[in-house]
Structures are given as structure tokens and as C-alpha cells.
Design a protein around this ligand. Structure first.
Ligand code: NAD
Length: 496
């Protein structure tokens, strides 16, 4: 069993906390590590480290900051398979899926390498006689990020590369369930030559998070996780005068129009519903076929494929999905399936009794398919975050759109159709932040920004891309006058 340490001021430091949290290999159910649940003093130490170098780092030319970022990108590319292996061991996702996660994280680092260009300001000559004005965006100081278990490498990379490139110093509080991948990335970050204290990692739970939320030297908080915690982080952080972006949970629908290519739609639903065992905030968990004929055709295609999903540990190259994260989560997902049955949905494929030979203690749940789900059912209203796909039949396009717009979450959605008019109308009408047209998981690329609507995002900024640069900087406008000997005397009227 290995131990996880904090990373403060360029060094790995063992926490002195008496509390820790167990890390499991979800494929075997075996405890493999302990994450320290750091104390308030340890959080304060990390903030003090970040603060001690914040001014100098902010003054470091963006070009030089970008050079370190290029080194980091090179090291990440070189070690991407190692990072993927670390994260799969503690998360359970397949190696291929983990590599995809690391690649999407590195794309944000690529974006951050362009920071000199991204921070270019605006200049206006002669806004008045001999008066010029320029505006640019400056870093906030010490900022922090709190991240979930489901993308232990990528989601932190949505935050710290951009924050640091903008000239801030950063404290990461990763998920206590899979801390090794973010730690390996921290090591590569140090190797890239960044000064000590620019990026620190502190492990912990609510105690450490609250210490960050209440610390007056922390100027902004980025959070990604479940909606109740996102809402809490947003309220407490903003009440303390901080800038907060808090991304929450999701229930993503995919509309299948009668004219859609049914094979394409079924392929898309298999990947988006069951990839990563459904533990993605952009997973499709509700399929909405339009009309009974479409629904029947879709369920007929899906059922045998869900039944024959290849499920295995991350080390099995043929596996299409792995286990869920913990025993408690496995039970929670199975509990949702019980509830779906009790509330009257038709259970087409039941994954509750799935067991894998040699991995009987692993936290596996078999692929599960429900038909005839209705909008008042718990399995429709709540985020399950497991390999459970619900089919909710809508009579027409209007009913499907109303359903999506009425849902409390608004992270991602998709429509599968060959009708350009319907697709365009959908993109206009739908109250969801990220929309796919024949694309099931429309995660924006690194030079756009990621963010949901409604209770999937608290705050005014989406994450990474141009919105990330805005979130981690504030505008300063400077007006200069070099009057070459003109003496006007004192003026008391408002300057025009
Ligand atoms: P979580 O909310 O349980 O935990 C997220 C982070 O918050 C962790 O670092 C955790 O230690 C911390 N935390 C947990 N309880 C806390 C408390 N009471 N006070 C303060 N901090 C606390 O989420 P999770 O289970 O790790 O991740 C899954 C959730 O994340 C899902 O709901 C998923 O939809 C969501 N998610 C959203 C996005 C998005 O971009 N919208 C992306 C990934 C995951």
C-alpha cells in the first residue's frame, strides 16, 4: 500500500493529519493507498507558499511563462501512457479511455502555451489631447481548484495550466479517491522548470476545502463536482468575496429523430452511455426517440449490444468499460435500478447481477437499459452516474425539447437527425450549454470553453479556453498623458 503526500513549495511533504481516506483499486476491491486529509494548518502552508511567489510570477514575462508551459507539454506527451496507467489503476476506466482523457488535458496545456497572444490588450491613441489609453488583463494572485474523481488528470488540467500561464499561483485539491495521476502531473510540472510554489497540491476533504474557501489570500476558486457541493462552494466562496466558477452534475439527453441513421445513433448511445461506466458529466443517460416506431427500432438495436458489453479491468485491452469508483457507488447505482423497476420503468437489460470471474470483489455493474421511462421517475430526475441508459419515448420533437428544457440540469445534449432545419432549430431552442448535432459527447475543444447551464454551472464563467483566461484575470485600464509643456491649470468639471 502506498502513501500519498502533499506537494508544497516544490517538495513532497507527508501530511501530519491523523485522518486519511482509503484509495481502492475498483477492479479488485483492494485498498491500495491512503490519501491524507490535510489539516487547516497544512492548507495555510500551501497558500503561504503560493502567495510568497505570486508577485514575482505575475511579473514574469508571459513569453517566459509559456516556455515553461512548452516544457510541461513535452513531458506530458512523453509520459501520457504512465499518467493513463496511474489513473486507471485508481479510477478503473480502460487504458484507451484514460489516454483519451490525458490527451484532452494536454490540449488545454497546448492552449495555455499561447498565453502571450491571449493576454494581448487593447490600445487607443489620442483618446484626448496627448492622452492614450490601454487596457489589459492581469492575474488575480493565489487561486485554487477543487476537482472530482471522474477525470483525475484532465479536469485539474482544465484549471492550473491556464491559471498559471495567466500569472497566478495555484493550489489544487484533487479528489481523495484517485490522487496519483494529479501528483504525477505535479512532478512533471516541477521538472518543466516552473519556480517552486507556483503550483501546490493539497489533499483533503471538506476541512481542507473550507479552509481554501475561507482563506482571504485565495482570490478565486474553480470547482468541478456534484451539484449540491458546487452550489455550496459557490455560496460560501462568493460570500467570502471570491470569484467562483462551480461546475456541477448533469442529465444529458439525446434526441433521435425518425430520419436519423439508426445504426449511427445506436453506436453513439453505446459509447456515450456506457463509456467510462457512465461516470462522465457528459455521458448520455437519457435517449429520447421521437415516435414509437423510432423507439422500437432503437431499443431493438441497443438491447443485444448492452447485453454483450465487454466489461473488465483497465488492464484488459478488449474491455469497453470498467467498474464504478467505490463499493458505495456500486450499491447506489444498483439501488437506482431497483427504484426504476419499482416506479414502473421496463427493465430491458439488467446489470445488477453482473460478476466478473477473478474479479468478484470489484465494483462492477453490468450495462443496464430501461425503456418506457417517464419524467416523474427518480431514475429520470436524478444523476445516476453509472452504466444505466434510460429510453424516454416522446411523441414529437416539441415534447422532447420541452422535456430537456424543463430538466434542472443543462450540461450537454445531442440530436441525431438528417434534417438540417430540425438541427438548427434545436441548437437555437435548447436550454443547455453544450449541444451536439450528430455528435453525442460535444465536449468543446481546448480553444473554446466548457460549461453547462442551469444547475450544471454556478457562476458567470465557463471553464478553460477564452473564458478560462477571463476567469483567471481582471481588467485594468490605464490612461496616460504626456502633455509636452501644456499648462491648463486646475479643472473642476468632469473630464471630457
Ligand atoms: P463530489 O462533489 O463528491 O466531489 C468533488 C470534490 O469536492 C472532491 O474534491 C471532494 O473532495 C470535494 N467535496 C466533496 N464533498 C465536499 C463537501 N461536503 N464540502 C467540500 N468539498 C467537498 O463529486 P465526485 O463524486 O468526485 O464527482 C462526480 C460528480 O462530478 C458528478 O456529479 C459529475 O456530474 C460531476 N462532474 C461535473 C463536471 C462538469 O464539468 N460539469 C465534470 C466532471 C464531473
Amino acid at each position: 500500500m502506498y502513501k500519498i503526500s502533499n506537494a508544497i513549495h516544490g517538495k513532497k511533504i507527508n501530511s501530519l493529519s491523523s485522518r486519511s481516506s482509503a484509495v481502492f483499486n475498483p477492479a479488485t476491491g483492494e485498498q491500495i493507498a491512503k490519501t491524507p486529509l490535510s489539516t487547516v494548518d497544512e492548507v495555510n502552508e500551501a497558500v503561504a507558499s503560493a502567495k510568497s511567489v505570486a508577485k514575482e510570477w505575475a511579473r514574469t514575462p508571459p513569453l517566459k511563462r509559456a516556455k515553461f508551459m512548452f516544457n510541461f507539454k513535452y513531458l506530458l506527451d512523453k509520459h501520457s501512457a504512465d499518467i493513463a496507467r496511474e489513473l486507471s489503476r485508481e479510477h478503473g476506466k480502460t487504458h484507451e479511455d484514460a489516454l483519451g482523457e490525458v490527451t484532452r488535458g494536454i490540449e488545454v496545456v497546448d492552449f495555455a502555451c499561447g498565453i502571450p497572444n491571449l493576454l494581448k490588450g487593447e490600445f487607443s491613441r489620442n483618446v484626448g489631447p496627448s492622452i492614450d489609453s490601454y487596457a489589459d488583463r492581469q492575474p488575480l494572485g493565489v487561486v485554487a481548484g477543487i476537482t472530482p474523481f471522474n477525470f483525475p488528470a484532465m479536469v485539474p488540467m482544465w484549471m492550473y495550466p491556464i491559471a498559471v500561464a495567466c500569472g497566478n499561483t495555484f493550489i489544487l485539491k484533487p479528489s481523495e479517491r484517485n490522487p496519483s495521476a494529479p501528483m504525477l502531473c505535479w512532478e512533471l510540472f516541477q521538472e518543466a522548470g516552473f519556480p517552486e510554489g507556483v503550483f501546490n497540491v493539497i489533499h483533503g476533504d471538506k476541512e481542507a476545502v473550507d479552509a481554501l474557501l475561507d482563506h482571504r489570500d485565495v482570490k478565486a476558486i474553480s470547482f468541478v463536482g456534484s451539484t449540491p457541493i458546487a452550489e455550496y462552494i459557490y455560496s460560501r466562496g462568493t460570500a467570502n468575496g471570491k470569484r467562483v466558477q462551480a461546475l456541477g452534475g448533469a442529465k444529458n439527453h439525446m434526441i433521435i429523430m425518425p430520419d436519423a441513421d439508426m445504426d449511427q445513433a445506436a453506436d453513439a448511445l453505446m459509447g456515450a452511455g456506457f463509456g467510462s461506466a457512465g461516470e462522465r458529466c457528459m455521458a448520455i443517460s437519457v435517449a429520447v426517440p421521437i415516435g414509437d416506431a423510432t423507439a422500437d427500432a432503437l431499443v431493438e438495436k441497443l438491447a443485444p449490444r448492452v447485453e454483450s458489453l465487454k466489461i473488465g479491468p483497465s488492464t484488459d485491452e478488449d474491455a469497453e468499460m470498467g467498474p464504478v469508483i467505490t463499493k458505495a457507488h456500486q450499491e447506489k447505482v444498483k439501488g437506482y435500478i431497483d427504484k426504476g423497476v419499482a416506479e414502473g420503468a421496463k427493465l430491458v437489460v439488467d446489470g445488477r447481477d453482473f460478476s466478473l470471474q477473478g474479479y468478484e470483489e470489484g465494483y462492477f455493474v453490468g450495462g443496464t437499459l430501461f425503456d418506457n421511462v417517464t419524467s416523474n421517475m427518480t431514475i429520470y430526475k436524478e444523476e445516476i452516474f453509472g452504466p444505466v441508459l434510460s429510453v424516454l419515448r416522446a411523441k414529437d420533437y416539441g415534447e422532447a425539447v420541452k422535456l430537456i428544457n424543463d430538466h434542472e440540469y443543462g450540461n450537454g445534449t445531442a440530436i441525431f437527425t438528417r434534417d438540417g432545419d430540425a438541427a438548427r432549430e434545436f441548437a437555437d431552442d435548447i436550454e443547455v450549454g453544450m449541444v451536439g448535432i450528430n455528435v453525442p459527447i460535444p465536449v468543446p475543444v481546448a480553444y473554446h470553453s466548457f460549461g453547462g447551464w442551469k444547475r450544471s454551472l454556478f457562476g458567470d464563467h465557463s471553464i478553460y479556453g477564452p473564458e478560462g483566461v477571463h476567469f483567471y484575470t481582471r481588467l485594468k485600464t490605464v490612461t496616460t498623458r504626456w502633455p509636452k509643456g501644456i499648462k491648463e491649470g486646475a479643472t473642476f468639471a468632469f473630464p471630457t
